[in-house]
Design a binder for this molecule. Structure first.
Ligand code: GLV
Length: 389
């Protein structure tokens, strides 16, 4: 009846066939079979008791993952960036100061977000293939006295991991809170929120947790909760952690509606957490360390150089590899996909044109996967050799 009113004709949506590649970029990686199964559970209202139980399981699992006894632990509806928005906008207000330690693209994103909130930003920038010295940070924090310091634990744009032990204590000594991005390090690199004095932390599901993107673990320390209670500004409604805490029943007896959570993503995150809990964190960390050590050996046997010079700075989830002169990074990535159906990524942000980014994490963190990538890279090096002449 309304057919003649439609100004846009029906588009054609064709079925698309493809063979799933092995996902070996910096994320997303492949998902656990249990997570695929969880994603197909019946969609109930997130206001049903069944989903409230799932939310409680998620909070308990995240306390284990972050290693925190804090009650303010939940998952934000959105990708890792939503965690970044939440952590920054709940702690630092307009005209307050944040110090951002910049070495990769995510720190620059934190800088851009902070500016949009009217926060005063200060930057401590180092070379992309390096990590921060706590002594240097202390000198800067002592002078600037920021409300918070932002730092990325594992950086997928550079393939480096930042040492965090001692940083929380250092920040607290000068009245600053410590905010940390663990998007590509959680459930892969050791992380101890309470012991390290981390005050605000977020992650995502499509990396070490081997789940789908779209729901982001987050936690705030008790120290951060005190700051939140006293703040004289309001964060964006969608990211307001006080409203979210009431929805997630963080402090008991509150199931206040805030926004509609995605039941499939809740089930999926719960399954990711079950996988880690069943294996245990120490075993998960050891598996990632062993697999990546093996992969690095294979890379060195191919006479390829790792972008991060110091072994202790190399991230277990994402390896950055420098190709010999004459090879083209995009061509290499395309050949790996077309010939071997393995998806790896070129550089991003400061590493564009400088490295390949290869992710081995979560369910993919096995010697077989590491060998499959290294074998395909060996073939690709030979196949594309003429372009290097
Ligand atoms: C995304 O997280 C990326 O590192 O490309």
């Amino acid at each position: 009846m309304y057919e003649e009113k439609l100004i846009v004709p029906r588009p054609t949506i064709v079925d698309r066939q493809f063979t799933k590649p092995l996902l070996c970029g910096p994320g997303p990686c492949d998902i656990w079979p249990s997570v695929a199964e969880a994603l197909s559970k019946p969609v109930l209202s997130p206001l049903c008791d069944e989903l409230f139980d799932v939310m409680d399981d998620i909070r308990a699992g995240l306390q284990y993952l972050f290693q925190t006894k804090s009650k303010l632990v939940l998952a934000i509806s959105g990708s890792g960036h939503s965690g970044m928005e939440t952590v920054i906008s709940n702690i630092v207000g307009p005209n307050e100061t944040i110090l951002i330690c910049c070495r990769g693209i995510w720190d620059d994103r934190a800088l851009e977000m902070s500016k949009r909130y009217g926060i005063k930003t200060k930057v401590h920038r180092i070379l992309f293939n390096n990590t921060f010295s706590l002594t240097l940070i202390e000198g800067i924090v002592k002078i600037l006295r920021p409300k918070a310091l932002f730092i990325t634990h594992g950086d997928s744009s550079t393939g480096s991991v930042q040492k965090l032990e001692g940083l929380g204590k250092l920040c607290h000594k000068y009245g600053a809170l410590l905010l940390v991005d663990t998007v590509v390090s959680l459930a892969s690199e050791p992380f101890f929120m309470d012991e390290w004095g981390v005050d605000g932390v977020y992650s995502s599901t499509q990396k070490g947790l081997s789940g789908p993107a779209g729901i982001s673990p987050i936690a705030f320390s008790e120290r951060a909760q005190e700051v939140i209670k006293k703040r004289n500004f309001k964060p964006p409604f969608y990211f307001d952690i006080e409203l979210l805490a009431a929805q997630w029943n963080c402090f008991g007896n509150t199931r206040q509606y805030h926004h509609t959570l995605s039941p499939p993503l809740l089930w999926a995150l719960r399954s990711c957490l079950k996988e880690v809990i069943n294996e245990t964190l120490p075993k998960v960390w050891a598996r990632h360390a062993e697999t990546t050590a093996h992969f690095h050996k294979r890379i060195e046997q191919l006479s390829l150089e790792l972008l991060i010079p110091k072994p202790e700075d190399r991230l277990v989830t994402v390896t950055t590899v420098v190709l010999p002169k004459g090879y083209d990074y995009m061509e290499f990535v395309k050949y790996m996909r077309n010939k071997h159906n393995i998806l790896i990524f070129p550089g991003l942000g400061p590493t564009v044109g400088k490295a390949l980014r290869i992710g081995i994490m979560g369910v993919n963190s096995t010697i077989q996967v590491a060998d499959a990538i290294a074998d395909a890279m060996a073939d690709t090096l030979i196949a594309l050799k003429k372009s290097s002449l």
